[in-house]
Write a protein that binds this ligand. Structure first.
Ligand SMILES: Cc1cc2nc3c(=O)[nH]c(=O)nc-3n(C[C@H](O)[C@H](O)[C@H](O)COP(=O)(O)OP(=O)(O)OC[C@H]3O[C@@H](n4cnc5c(N)ncnc54)[C@H](O)[C@@H]3O)c2cc1C
Length: 388
């Protein structure tokens, strides 16, 4: 069997590795010229963690993981207003949580591949038939395959070519997000081993110290426009400039636009993820958004579940069974993500206060387990039953 996979992000790498393990020939193409260096920290837990354990990836992820002792909120004067030890959350899910930069997670997945992705190559056209698919790539080459997997992210070109324009599927959540990395030893020292967040209304910046001494930043603010700026720096300076604490340092460390990740926060909702011999996977099919905190996890787990079904069923049946099994999991995460917007980014001072109080309650034994279980959901079963 032969597959062509579009996009060598977390999902595309994971599905390629799994299909090759099962004996498939896989052509993996990625439009970026090489591995994407821009990163943000990923809390990796839930079904993807289970899949990583099942495929033997878990030890390598721990080698690359950073150490986080707590998540803490700071006000504009640098005073700690609320916090939660990572251990409390980790214990709630039996230790199955690690924090890893996205480029490191992609690196761990790339290391499992015998043949590396074809970089600098995107998808230009798709001839999709009931019995096969022909992919025309941007370098002019054509690939005949039994299956095409679109793992090309929230703005998927594969989805546009096969299912139609994004308006039908993309659900913007009224937020924009950015991430970049900068060098400032003083800020690195201030952040320590924490995931340090601003305790602020309608916008938030989070900082995290990297092993190499630099600092990774991510930010989220309310913005209903779906237009993305070519150069996000003026918007970032204007939106976050008065937040105080170490935020001015982070803004002073903004790199050139190519080094900044900037995007809408959006979910992708579809009634079906497949048509004939094309299937969408990961953010392209079911982006849950950073609010749900499990997009990478669901990309890896979805790859594992899909490949497990392709091992035992003919392609058409496997794609239908995949939706039946996996869509309830991703829909539940999307719902939880939307419900969590006001927790994640409080709309008022009153809400900020309520969050501080709730975080205090979470250190109570039992409450931490309830919270952790609610966050992870009951999503392990499809992963466990896809093994073998
Ligand atoms: C700030 C932030 C924090 C997050 N935190 C977490 C977290 O804590 N935990 C978690 O689990 N998830 C988190 N996520 C979500 C997670 O990063 C995504 O869900 C995940 O990266 C999705 O992986 P993917 O491979 O499906 O898509 P992507 O990561 O978007 O990868 C798609 C790939 O396809 C390539 N591509 C695009 N178009 C084409 C084309 N036409 N041809 C060829 N290649 C193409 C892209 O260059 C890219 O390499 C976070 C996201 C953000 C933005």
């Amino acid at each position: 069997m032969k597959a062509v996979v579009i996009g060598a992000g977390i999902t595309g790498l994971a599905v390629t590795a799994r299909l090759r393990d099962l004996g498939w020939e896989v052509v993996l193409v990625e439009k970026a010229p090489g591995p994407r260096p821009q990163g943000y920290m990923i809390d990796f837990f839930g079904p993807g963690y289970t899949a990583a354990r099942e495929t033997g990836l878990e030890p390598r992820l721990w080698e690359l993981a950073g150490q986080v002792d707590e998540v803490a909120y700071f006000d504009r004067d640098g005073e700690r207003r609320a916090g939660l030890g990572y251990a409390a959350f980790q214990q709630g899910i039996d230790g199955d949580l690690l924090s890893i930069m996205r480029p490191d997670l992609e690196l761990a997945l790339r290391e499992t591949l015998d043949e590396q992705p074809r970089y600098g190559v995107g998808i230009a056209g798709i001839d999709n038939r009931p019995d096969g698919v022909t992919a025309t790539l941007t370098d002019g080459s054509r690939v005949e395959a039994d299956l095409l997997v679109g793992a090309d992210g929230v703005h998927s070109r594969t989805r546009a070519l096969v299912f139609g324009p994004p308006e039908g599927f993309l659900r913007p959540l009224g937020l924009h997000t950015a991430a970049w990395i900068f060098d400032d030893p003083k800020v690195r020292e201030t952040v320590g081993q924490r995931f340090a967040l601003t305790d602020s209304v309608d916008r938030m910046m989070g900082l995290y110290g990297l092993r190499d001494g630099r600092v990774a930043v991510f930010s989220v603010h309310r913005e209903t426009s779906t237009e993305l700026p070519g150069d996000p720096r003026p918007i970032l300076r204007e939106t976050y400039g008065d937040l105080g604490w170490v935020v001015p340092n982070a803004l002073a460390g903004l790199p050139e636009p190519a080094g900044i990740y900037y995007d809408l926060v959006a979910q992708v909702e579809m009634g079906t993820w497949h048509r004939d011999r094309v299937v969408l996977l990961g953010d392209a099919a079911y982006a849950v958004s950073l609010l749900a905190g499990q997009g990478a996890s669901l990309g890896i787990a979805g790859a594992y579940v899909l490949a497990g079904l392709l091992r035992t069923e003919p392609i058409g049946e496997a794609l239908t069974a995949f939706e039946r099994r996996w869509m309830p999991v991703t829909s539940e995460r999307q719902r939880k993500g939307r419900q969590g917007i006001d927790w994640f980014l409080p709309h008022s001072r009153g809400r900020l206060f309520a969050r501080r109080m709730a975080m205090r309650a979470m250190v109570v034994p039992g409450v931490n387990r309830l919270f952790s279980t609610a966050l992870v959901g009951k999503s392990h079963e499809p992963v466990l039953s896809a093994g073998g």
